[in-house]
Write a protein that binds this ligand. Structure first.
Ligand code: KIV
Length: 263
């Protein structure tokens, strides 16, 4: 069994090979996703929406994240396991280190944080202390109240330039991966070309190095299906087949199609 690492994902970017990422929150789905050959499993704070029934990720706690990370880790063999740091858990350097350590001890291989240049000091500290980091820019759902809703980001030149500057800063601080959410296709491409680390898009067009979806969206059972989602279970496939079809579609560059992307 080949274990996926930040280094093997970087090698895929260098070789121009796209890879698939999917969220999971428990051992059973982690096992099925891992068996489908999906390279990265994300224990997303989207569990606040799809498991807990909230309308945002803000109520999710570090204890919730540690519990679901531990469950998911028990079903993960080959995939790289990333855990989200929830809202309010990385406001200070001390909190960041304590809470990221708890997620790693629960079984994560990497933690994900939402935000730009203000995170650089934390990212440098975490990587120095043995905790790999994935950044998250564009639509950052934990900031929904600042952004005024779940809206496409980086539509004007200044906003697009800011996301690119932030991406470069996060890489320079030591981030190994970067999630870019809900930006126009052209910006998704510019960001992927501006940094050397793999860029994982969600609603960021087909040119990013990888794609991520929320599991319940891919299965078509979320309360609301955003434009960038495709229901891979539609047409009668079983869940393992739907997951393999998603992986194949991402690796071949067939997903996302134009109808899943923003101009
Ligand atoms: O919480 C989550 O599932 C995420 C993905 C949507 C990228 O952050």
């Amino acid at each position: 069994m080949n274990k996926i690492s930040p280094q093997s994902l970087l090698a895929k970017k260098v070789a121009g090979q796209k890879f698939a990422v999917l969220t999971a929150y428990d051992a059973t789905f982690a096992r099925v996703i891992d068996a489908a050959g999906i390279d990265v499993i994300l224990v997303g704070d989207s569990l606040g929406n799809v498991l807990q029934g909230h309308t945002s990720t803000l109520p999710v706690t570090i204890d919730d994240m540690c519990y679901h990370t531990a469950c998911t880790a028990r079903g993960t063999e080959a995939a790289l396991l990333i855990a989200d740091m929830p809202f309010g858990s990385y406001n200070s350097i001390d909190d960041t280190l304590i809470n990221a350590t708890a997620l790693m001890q629960a079984g994560a291989h990497m933690v994900k944080l939402e935000g730009g240049q203000w995170l650089c000091e934390s990212i440098a500290l975490l990587t120095e202390r043995g905790i790999p980091v994935c950044g998250h820019l564009g639509l950052t759902p934990q900031s929904v109240n600042v952004l005024g809703g779940f809206k496409v980001q980086g539509r004007d030149e200044a906003a697009a330039d800011k996301i690119i500057t932030d991406s470069i800063a996060l890489e320079a601080a030591g981030a190994s991966l970067l999630v870019i959410e809900c930006v126009p296709t052209a910006l998704g491409q510019r960001i992927s070309e501006a940094v050397s680390i793999p860029v994982i898009g969600i609603g960021a067009g087909p040119h990013t190095d990888a794609q991520v979806l929320v599991l319940h969206d891919l299965l078509g059972i979320s309360r609301r299906l955003p434009k960038f989602v495709k229901n891979f279970l539609e047409g009668g496939a079983d869940i393992p087949t739907a997951l393999s079809n998603y992986r194949d579609a991402v690796e071949r560059g067939e997903f996302p199609a134009p109808e899943h992307s923003f101009d």
